[in-house]
Design a protein. Sequence first.
Length: 511
Amino acid sequence: MKEDIKQLPQNQVSSVYDRPFGNPVSKHALKNAQKAFKMCSKMFKLDDALDLVAIPKGEVYRDFKVMTLVRRNDTEAMIDSETGKTLKYEEVNPKKAIVIGTIRMGFGHWRIAIALASAAHKMGIKPYLLDLMSFNGTSIKKSIKLLEGLYNKFSQLSQKSQFFNKYIWEKITSETNATLDSSIQNRELSRMFIPAFEKLPKNIPMVAAHPWVGNAAVLAGMDRVISMIPDNLPLAFWLVEGSIHTVQSPSAFMGYRTLLNMEKGGKIVHCLPKEDIIETGHYVDYELASTIKKDCANRLKRAKEKKPRRFLLTMGGAGAQALKFADIALYCKDYIAKKKAALLINMGDHEGRWQILKEHLDNNDIHYTMHTSWKTSRAWIEKADSENVTGVHVFLHKDFYAAVYTTNLLMRISDIMITKPSELSFYPIPKLFIQRVGRHEAWGAIRGSEIGDGTKEADKTGILHRLLTTLIEEDDLLETFIKHIEINDKAGIYLGAYNVVKIATKTRPNK
């Protein structure tokens, strides 16, 4: 099938994808699948092939030697923000290298990309970063920006309206994205993004942290595409025919291997081929996976010494948890005053959502320390590893990398992370799971609770408060989580990022 794709012009690519993985779908489904592509292509003229080169830009280069892909003629993108000088670029070299393809849409896809970059750097493999949202002025960015805006608005609304969440958003994020129709829709929409891949070396491994990246890479004729699936709930949304899929857990492996519950009308007669899916373990950065023993020992030491329990609250990319964070801060106010708890709140780059939380903190006389400089934030976090931490600390950074990676740095010095069950469900830190933002996230909490490194989803305020009280006043739950993190570590559960890089650099060419 891939040879057929390569021979067709871009505007006809969709005609060869009417039987996903050999399974029939209705004509109605095919017609609906074209809607998003038609909308975007009418609003935004399709781009010509992007001529990409690599530059050593930003903190992601300083931390992991990641080379960022930019257009050859985009002189603005090549300017170093600190020095104001134009960075020298180099050609993309497929030798001992991978391209990590992602979308700056929310934080999860970027965090997964950073985990891959961390592992690749440690393994001596050169990581190139391709972010579809980074190409200013292109139809690629405009299309994704449009869709991201809708997703963020719906995510935030789902936290405000129980009716919308229960009857609309939960359905969209589970049932609608579950069926093979969703896979077709992604394939169609991804035609908008093909220009970003057309001039890349076809033999360089492409690891996709989003199915739009994976589909566009396959359609552009790239030989070795790896699709990283984060969700435990089997959703056809993540499937990229022509690629190798990686999953983080046994339940996800079974679900995606058998295309579980992906029917809509027609019967599924073919499963995902066994050679096209691999269970790798959790996608975790080297810096976190390699220090698990030390970080867990520090948590036990702080508990034994009755130090304030450090809670890390991390805002998601859609910024939907501001009011939830306000409730947690208010409930913990007395514990904070008595130095029995401390809150480390990463607001990411959500200035607007911070203003909402700030109003609640100010109105309730909850004092806080702001951290807005990336340099000083890193210095404070490094000191906090060995010093006492009290009060409330709020982190807010304009730079997107800093907004995402602050959470990773804070994980090492925190006792418990409070998070929605997103991509962070799979990280090696004790976790208190608050209400999900979309039904697909529920299975992240199920995974965490089953392997023993996190709670079940606390979707009601009373349950959340009870958990907070127990975790602050008693040590047994924390000790249980730590014990199972250490067990999981010995089993290699947190080595998924390493395994994905190994697969990408050693796998067979795609069909």
